[in-house]
Design a protein around this ligand. Structure first.
Ligand SMILES: [Zn+2]
Length: 76
């Protein structure tokens, strides 16, 4: 049995697959060009691990970030 059997067909094309913040915190200092010290450790369900990313908005932390692996086939 695959994940698709459990959760239904995976939507393709329209939805952006987002990595989920498995941990989050603040950078010890804001670097030049940063707007916020917010950071998070982002992982995707595909297994992609983006590591810690900073300079993120609260919305980006909460909603996640587009996965470069899952969204690479997008034509734009
Ligand atoms: Zn992914």
């Amino acid at each position: 049995m695959t994940a698709a059997d459990l959760f239904g067909p995976i939507e393709r094309g329209r939805r952006i697959v987002r990595m989920h913040a498995v941990d989050h915190g603040l950078a010890p200092s804001i670097l030049p060009g940063w707007k916020t010290p917010n950071g998070g450790h982002f992982k995707c369900r595909c297994g992609h691990d983006a590591g810690w990313l900073f300079n993120l908005s609260d919305t980006e932390i909460r909603r996640g970030l587009p996965c470069p692996n899952c969204n690479e086939a997008k034509n734009d």
